[in-house]
Design a protein around this ligand. Structure first.
Ligand code: SF4
Length: 337
């Protein structure tokens, strides 16, 4: 890990003083399943020529690192469907200033790629797991594959990924019965399970506030089962999750409550879409075209200025539930979560 000192002037600070050091990179809009809270059943993916190459992603990150970006998360669609992802991991892990490199995956291809990703320099893995029932898995993802996901989780632990995290989307009327079994699974296998509230980024636009199973309701269900949860340390004040420990110390539970308890005041995240648009928020309506600079012989300085402009325009919060809230035109699979 090569150190890169960044002066205060160089850092990406917005109007609220939030320092942006965390970049989420969508490496593809493609996926091998069709979760209804993320993408439509029938989908037309972007032509490959529109998607950033590994060289372009590497250049963008190299420039962003000079502005204080230290943490990267690879997302999609499903990042593991992108050919030779360990090759990209190797490039990004070698960039001066990058201190943390993580991946969010649906786990279906993880068993076959875990070793190579670890060797390439990946630090952390989050696996999406909303249920332990094959029927509910198919109801949500409109495909089969639960056993592959479980195999992927164990293969990643085998490959040496510690503190493996599970991301579970909580949806009222569908996943209430999954909460305690998932928690017991996490406890049994020393996994960090995080429940994420269902957000208005589904492709079909069916999201309603009342469909969101809030963190408070989930926590009550868990405390009814396990007794009081103990608050865990919070090493990163900008992390969206509130984490708790199980009494027996094996694994943990976390809550990411963007709808009922927004955490925008400490947000440090930027996003790069698969086709090279910079977003200053998951719910931003405006984007900044980095691909135009990358493919238009633009200089590193003009790329830096573009990133700065994006941060400078960041709104205080997502505004879900407010009168003027505007749902982004993009669905989750086109942003990368
Ligand atoms: S909704 Fe936007 S501002 Fe709020 S935490 Fe998420 S990315 Fe940050």
């Amino acid at each position: 890990m090569l150190h890169l000192s960044t002066t205060a002037e160089q850092r990406l600070v917005d109007r609220l003083g939030r320092v942006h050091s965390n970049l989420r990179i969508s490496v593809t809009d493609r996926c091998n399943i069709r979760c209804f809270y993320c993408m439509p059943e029938e989908v037309v993916f972007r032509p490959r020529g529109e998607i950033l190459t590994f060289e372009e992603i590497e250049r963008f990150v190299r420039v962003a690192a000079t502005l204080g970006v230290k943490k990267l998360r690879l997302t999609g669609g499903e990042p593991l469907v992108r050919k030779d992802l360990p090759g990209l991991v190797k490039r990004l892990a070698a960039i001066p200033g990058i201190e943390d490199l993580a991946l969010t995956t649906n786990g279906l291809l993880l068993a076959e790629q875990a070793e190579a990703l670890k060797k390439a320099g990946l630090h952390r893995v989050n696996v999406s797991l909303d249920t332990l029932s094959e029927d509910t898995f198919q109801q949500i993802s409109r495909r089969s594959g639960l056993q592959q996901v479980l195999d992927g989780i164990f293969a990643a632990q085998q490959a040496g990924f510690e503190n493996l995290r599970l991301n579970a989307i909580a949806i009222r009327g569908l996943t209430e019965n999954e909460i305690v079994p998932l928690a017991k699974f996490a406890n049994r296998h020393a996994l960090q399970l995080r429940f994420i509230e269902f957000m208005p980024l589904d492709a079909d636009g069916n999201w309603k506030q009342e469909d969101t199973l809030t963190g408070a309701v989930i926590r009550q269900l868990l405390e009814d089962e396990f007794g009081p949860l103990q608050l865990a340390d919070r090493p990163d004040p900008s992390q969206p999750a509130l984490d708790y420990r199980f009494a027996n110390g094996s694994g943990g539970i976390g809550f990411i409550n963007p709808v009922s308890e927004p955490f925008c005041e400490s947000c440090n995240r930027l996003r790069l879409t698969a086709e090279g648009q910079i977003r200053n928020c998951l719910f931003s309506i405006t984007e900044w075209d980095a691909r135009k600079v990358l493919r238009g012989n633009g200089s590193d300085d003009s790329l830096r200025q573009l990133i700065r402009d994006c941060v400078a325009a960041k709104k205080p919060a997502h505004g879900i539930g407010e009168e003027d809230f505007e749902k982004p035109a993009r669905a989750m699979y086109e942003i990368g979560g």
